[in-house]
Design a protein around this ligand. Structure first.
Ligand SMILES: [Zn+2]
Length: 292
């Protein structure tokens, strides 16, 4: 029964919940807690898969009044499958982080070489690099020595307040280490077998992180400046879901504290409740009945 319950919960979390959450609009009012909820859904899905692998064989053998040898073989097989799942996730995470770090180091070197310091127009921003180019672009290169990169085209089309807003947006990405959150979801996406894989969490979290950075920029420079900059920057630079970001910035609704608290409590409950209600009772029965 435990394996069935965990299996049903795992299927819901990996196949149904992502679609529902990705289609919802309430996360726009609490983007940071919504990212935490996505993390809880993903982690709980993995824990459910591990729970099924470990509880399934044990329950089948107990139901069939299994003997010691079969039980031992089932335990070894279950632990091996669980180890493969965990290893696959860790290898994927390590690979994504290693490649991202190398790519960022190359990119940092490149923008340092191409920097047009004389085009900074007196901007005093730590790690700022200005590149030649008419396309209005702005982005950051994360890492121990981060860079905020603007093109000459961006400096031409944005006014002073909008430039401050763009810099605040990129600094929020760097300060909150958003690249680590993105990389963890990319690693999970790549670790999941192709038929079960969904881009919904990855795309939704990317958009929510943009909203978190928009909010930080709006607090410093005002929502109008962020909207103006978003409209003027090129599609590549504005990132995902520009229309949705513009409409929430225009909305001027205060961010909901109550909603944030509810979402965070839900995220914690998602991780804690299945463990308390399903796993702990199973574990106590399994340990007392195990024929070893
Ligand atoms: Zn951004």
């Amino acid at each position: 029964m435990t394996a069935l319950l965990l299996g049903a919960l795992g299927l819901f979390l990996s196949l149904v919940a992502p679609g529902l959450l990705a289609a919802a609009r309430w996360p726009d009012r609490a983007p940071a807690p919504a990212v935490v909820l996505w993390q809880a859904i993903t982690l709980a899905g993995v824990l459910c898969a591990l729970g099924v692998v470990l509880a399934g064989p044990e329950e089948l053998i107990r139901a069939a009044d299994g003997n010691r040898r079969v039980a031992s073989a089932a335990l070894v097989a279950a632990l091996a499958v669980a180890a493969v799942i965990v290893l696959r996730l860790l290898v994927s995470l390590g690979g994504v982080m290693w490649r991202s770090r190398a790519r960022r180091a190359r990119h940092r070197l490149l923008v340092d070489l191409l920097d047009r310091a004389e085009q900074r127009h007196g901007l005093d921003v730590e790690g700022l690099r200005v590149l030649d180019g008419a396309q209005p672009l702005a982005y950051c290169v994360a890492g121990r020595s981060p860079r905020v990169v603007l093109t000459g085209g961006a400096l031409d089309v944005l006014n002073t307040t909008q430039i401050a807003a763009v810099v605040a947006h990129e600094q929020a990405h760097l300060r909150h280490r958003h690249e680590l959150v993105r990389e963890s979801f990319t690693a999970f996406y790549q670790a999941v077998p192709r038929p079960l894989r969904s881009r919904a969490p990855l795309d939704a979290v990317r958009l929510l992180l943009e909203m978190v950075a928009d909010d930080a920029a709006a607090r410093r420079s005002g929502g109008d400046a962020v909207r103006g900059a978003l409209t003027l920057l090129s599609d590549d630079s504005a990132g995902a879901g520009r229309d949705r970001r513009l409409s929430r910035l225009a909305d001027q609704q205060p961010r909901s504290v109550a909603l944030s608290v509810i979402v965070l409590v839900g995220a914690v409950a998602l991780l804690v409740l299945p463990t308390l209600v399903v796993v702990v009772p199973w574990l106590s029965v399994a340990v007392s009945n195990w024929p070893l």
